[in-house]
Design a protein around this ligand. Sequence first.
Ligand SMILES: [Zn+2]
Length: 189
Amino acid sequence: MEERNAGKKTTYGKVLGSFKMKCPFCGGDMVVTETQYDVPGMGPVIIVNKVCTKCGYRRNDVIPLRSEGHKRIYYKVEGERDYEAKVIRSPYARIKIPELGLEMEPGIDAEMFVTNIEGILRMFIDAAERIRAMEGGEETEEERRLREKVEHLGGGFTVVIDDREGLSKIENADRRKLLVEEVDGAKSG
Ligand SMILES: [Zn+2]
């Protein structure tokens, strides 16, 4: 197990330390490990990983050690190829697809994650399904349109990543369809 190897460098990052706390849910032993990672294009981040050895609860919090300032990334999705664009979303990013009436807040449990445009759309579908499972009701018009887009890899919408720390990125993208706006004004460099 990594949590006892404080200071050890692994391919996954440098373990800064590890300690135990009481699980807030079941009272069992919860192991908290802090690891520093260097995320390409994002710089250093600290990941605080909590795992309960009794009930299995786990959670990752990502704390970036650097902020790039508030940025908004726009990616115009026109067709199949755009679905391959790689999306690196920081836990501070809100994702919007204005044409489909979709918006996702950066929840408190949000982890940094790497996906692609298809993965983003599927995330919205999963969220819609979860809401429907809890509250019942019919498939909404937004959900139906979203599903149709994913099934046919159809375009005609913009993915907007609004990141107050400016750490999110879109890679492997058609540069002509990508726009990065610095919301707080220009930064140097
Ligand atoms: Zn527990």
